[in-house]
Each structure stands twice: as structure tokens, then as C-alpha cells.
Design a protein around this ligand. Structure first.
Ligand SMILES: Cc1ncc(COP(=O)(O)O)c(C=O)c1O
Length: 399
């Protein structure tokens, strides 16, 4: 039977990172010793204090079994506002905050509230896979701004040159996925200055905020009053609190934009799971006690990958200041062979690494940066060491 699918949904493809993670898991289920460097997910457990608080709430019953307002529990919206004040020097009223089913959902809601058919959304590349797909679904035009020649940082000149009368939104993601690049306060202020008077909104995706290795994270909305009034700031529990499975993200911004996001949410998902909201209230009280130890682990693993990758002929890898990814440039491998297999593209390299060495990575082309690989180092020291050994052996076999 032929099925008629909407034009809208036919414009998008499934998330490549999720698909590759699933492929790695399927190989592992067949008994293969795959190491998946694909997932953007901490391997740590959600801190015990958060889990215990949530268990107590579950035992109490009552609210935990019920719907909450579509925008989330007011206690959680207050906790979100307090977090932005404490960590980011941003003063939002709880009514300017919305809680959604993950940061991904917050970003989708914000884009849906802001863009019309044909509007342009500026997306610095390399970018997180979901940004262009969300735009495509919503009928907006993703305008990709390559930053690979400017240290993975968008310059004010490149920004100014890209703005047209149709430009509605600029996406900012620092620390960034897939590069781990951190945009400094000064660099963000220069961008905010370039946007003044343009009417362009900013979606500032700060999900990796707590994973900054040199210095402190800076929020785009803190650049100026003008930036504050035009920015939707997005964050969540996934990466900072090892809470990917709880599915809670949140956003704060201008009241009319947040109200529109709430209206949309009230007709689509309603509130995120009440139990997860309760867990997030606990999480947002303060940074997890485990965070310094987690950061130290990530740093050790980042440095292990950096040293190993930069020692390989044909590979260079910039040092990322945050998140848990390295993004090596493997263009020096293209055109070579591994056994009989010709490696013409980053996708060929990924396929061969998985097939021959059982190491799963994501090709840079999925992030708008062909010739690179994304490696997540959010996994154990043992797996990192084994992955490095296999990548070295793979590289040594290239001819
Ligand atoms: C840049 C970026 N934004 C948002 C998300 C989504 O986070 P959540 O799990 O809260 O939906 C991710 C997850 O990988 C991410 O890398």
C-alpha cells in the first residue's frame, strides 16, 4: 500500500548520530566488541541525591501521578529562573521560563514560535545535526555559515555578510557540538553588537555549559540589554547532571516568545513527565557534587584522544575547550585504502572504522563539515584506551 506522507516530514531524515549509535548497539547485540564513540551521552549515573529525592516523591504519590501545567511545575520554573540568575547573571521571571521534554524539544518549540515559511535561520557550521533538520521541517531555510577557517568561531564580519531581510534567527551553541569549541565572552559580545538593530533573534543552546575546561561559560543573553531582549536561552539536565534519559530541558526568553512556546506545547506534548520535573527541581538546587570529578575524567580522556590523534599521519585535531567531543580533520586519509576498501569520504572512513576495527564514529558531513570525524569521549578510560589502540592500528594499515 502506498502511504502519503506530508511534504513537511519528507524534508527531514532521521538523526545520523542516533542511527549510528543504534548500528553500534546492534553490532554489540550480535556479540561484537564494538566501541561506540557516537553518543552524546555521559556514561555516569544521575547523582544518587537526585534519584533518592525522586524515589521519595514517587512513594509520596499525589502530584507525581498528575499532569502539571503545560509549561511545567511552577516550582521548577522558579528553580530555572534561580539557576539562570545564579549561573548566568540573567534575570528572568518564572513566567519567562518553560520546561520541555529535553533541550531538543525546547529548541524545536522556540524555532516553531519564531520562523515563517521561507525565513532564514543562520547556522554556524560545524553544527549540531538537528538544527538544519528542524528548520527544514518548519519550512525555514537553514543558511550555513562555515567557521572552519576561523577556528570554529563565527566572526562578526561573516555574520553581517549573511544577514538579509529574511533572516529571523541565529543559532549559537557554545560549548559546541560537534567541535567542543567555546566562544569567549568577547567573541559573543562582538556578535551581539553586529546584531543590534537587525531584529534577528538568537537561540543560545547552552546544554554543555557545565563542561567548560578553561574558564567559565558566558551566556549570549548577558552580552547586552538588546541581546537579552532578543535571545531565547536553552539548557537542560542531560549533560550537566547525567540525566539524558529523564528528558527535561528548559528555555527562558522574551515573554511573548515563551508564551507562544507554551501554547504550542499545550497542544503537542503537554508537560514533560512530572516525575522528571521533580528530579530536575532537585538537580537545579546546585551543581552536582560529582561535577569536578566528571570534568577531570572528561579532560583526561580529551587529552588522551588529542595526543593520539595528532600523532597520526594525515590527522590534525584542534583542542576543544568544552563539551565531550573531539573533531579531528582526517582529510589526509582521503584517497587512501584500507585493504581493498577505498576511503574517498569521511563516511567511507566511518564505515571502514566500524566494519574493520569495530569503532563507531560519526562522519563530519553530518555536521556540515566533510573530511572530519566526530568522536565522543564520554565513555570509560578503558574504552578510550582501546578505541585509541584500534584507531592507531587502522591508521597504520592505510596505504
Ligand atoms: C548541542 C545540543 N543541543 C541539544 C541537545 C539535546 O539535549 P536533550 O537531551 O536535553 O534534548 C544535544 C544532545 O546531544 C546537543 O548536543
Amino acid at each position: 500500500m502506498e502511504h502519503h506522507l506530508s511534504q513537511r516530514v519528507q524534508r527531514i531524515k532521521p538523526s545520523a548520530t542516533l542511527a549510528l549509535t543504534a548500528r553500534a548497539k546492534a553490532l554489540a547485540a550480535e556479540g561484537k566488541a564494538v566501541i561506540a564513540l557516537t553518543a552524546g551521552e555521559p556514561e555516569f549515573e544521575t547523582p544518587m541525591a537526585i534519584r533518592e529525592f525522586t524515589i521519595a516523591e514517587l512513594k509520596k504519590g499525589g502530584q507525581v501521578s498528575r499532569y502539571t501545567p503545560a509549561a511545567g511545575l511552577i516550582e521548577l520554573r522558579r528553580a530555572v529562573a534561580a539557576k539562570f540568575k545564579r549561573d548566568n547573571a540573567l534575570t528572568y521571571a518564572p513566567e519567562q521560563c518553560i520546561v520541555s521534554c529535553g533541550a531538543k524539544h525546547s529548541i524545536f518549540n522556540a524555532l516553531a514560535a519564531l520562523v515563517e515559511d521561507g525565513d532564514e535561520v543562520l547556522i554556524p557550521a560545524p553544527y549540531w545535526v538537528s538544527y538544519p533538520e528542524m528548520c527544514a521541517f518548519l519550512g525555514a531555510k537553514p543558511v550555513i555559515l562555515d567557521t572552519s577557517r576561523t577556528g570554529m568561531v563565527l566572526t562578526p564580519e561573516a555574520l553581517r555578510a549573511a544577514i538579509t531581510p529574511r533572516t529571523r534567527v541565529l543559532l549559537v551553541n557554545t560549548p559546541g557540538n560537534p567541535t567542543g569549541a567555546v566562544w569567549s565572552e568577547q567573541q559573543q559580545r562582538a556578535l551581539a553588537h553586529a546584531l543590534e538593530g537587525t531584529g534577528v533573534y538568537v537561540l543560545s543552546d547552552e546544554i554543555y555549559e557545565k563542561l567548560c575546561y578553561d574558564g567559565k561559560h558566558f551566556s549570549f543573553a548577558a552580552c547586552s540589554q538588546d541581546a537579552f531582549e532578543r535571545t531565547v536561552t536553552i539548557n537542560g539536565g542531560a549533560k550537566a547532571f547525567a540525566m539524558t534519559g529523564w528528558r527535561v530541558g528548559y528555555a527562558a526568553g522574551p515573554r511573548p516568545v515563551i508564551d507562544a512556546m507554551i501554547a504550542l506545547q499545550s497542544h503537542s506534548t503537554s508537560n514533560p513527565a512530572t516525575v522528571s520535573q521533580m528530579a530536575t527541581i532537585k538537580a537545579l538546587e546546585k551543581d552536582p557534587a560529582e561535577l569536578p570529578e566528571w570534568r577531570a575524567c572528561y579532560l583526561r580522556r580529551r587529552d588522551a584522544f588529542l595526543a593520539a590523534l595528532n600523532a597520526l599521519p594525515g590527522v590534525t585535531c584542534a583542542k576543544p575547550g568544552g563539551a565531550f567531543y573531539v573533531f579531528p580533520d582526517i582529510r589526509g586519509w582521503l584517497g587512501k585504502r584500507h585493504g581493498e576498501t577505498l576511503l574517498n569520504t569521511d563516511t567511507d572512513v566511518c564505515d571502514a572504522l566500524l566494519a574493520k576495527s569495530l569503532v563507531a564514529t560519526v562522519p563530519g558531513c553530518e555536521f556540515g563539515a566533510p573530511g572530519f570525524l566526530r568522536i565522543s569521549y564520554a565513555l570509560s578510560d578503558r574504552d578510550v584506551a582501546e578505541a585509541i589502540k584500534r584507531i592507531r592500528e587502522f591508521a597504520a594499515a592505510l596505504r
